[in-house]
Design a protein around this ligand. Structure first.
Ligand code: ZN
Length: 124
């Protein structure tokens, strides 16, 4: 989301939502540089047209690092989770990645992707 669409008060509330952490990967974010993600994404040119005002609400905002926000783009949370798993398949088609794995420089971990906000929310 374009950061200047949020007023400073709302932006501050979003920043505090996960105590200054990205809602997705959990990395510490800064007030100046974090992105405001739409959990249910705004999709340009969607048909039927979306109810944009319903999506531009604090409940639909998550604080995000630049990397996660850019990667999530206009995916829903579950679409993005699948997309991340798909990136692993793409990596495994590459010779550099395969070679690094063979020499033990990269170790692949197969596990479900649980986003930071899901871990936090499940604890309480
Ligand atoms: Zn992140």
């Amino acid at each position: 989301m374009n950061n200047d669409k949020c007023n400073p008060f709302t932006r501050d509330l979003i920043f505090k939502k996960y105590n200054g952490h990205c809602a997705y990967c959990g990395v510490e974010i800064t007030r100046d540089t974090f992105h405001v993600d739409h959990i249910v994404p705004l999709k340009r040119h969607s048909y039927p047209p979306q109810n944009v005002s319903a999506l531009n609400k604090i409940e639909n905002y998550n604080p995000s690092c630049v990397l996660c926000n850019t990667s999530k783009n206009s995916f829903t949370v579950d679409e993005w989770r699948n997309e991340l798993l798909n990136k692993m398949k793409i990596l495994n088609r590459g010779t550099k990645y395969t070679l690094l794995k063979r020499f033990g420089l990269v170790k692949e971990v197969i596990k479900p992707i649980v986003f930071y906000f899901e871990k936090i929310n499940s604890h309480g």
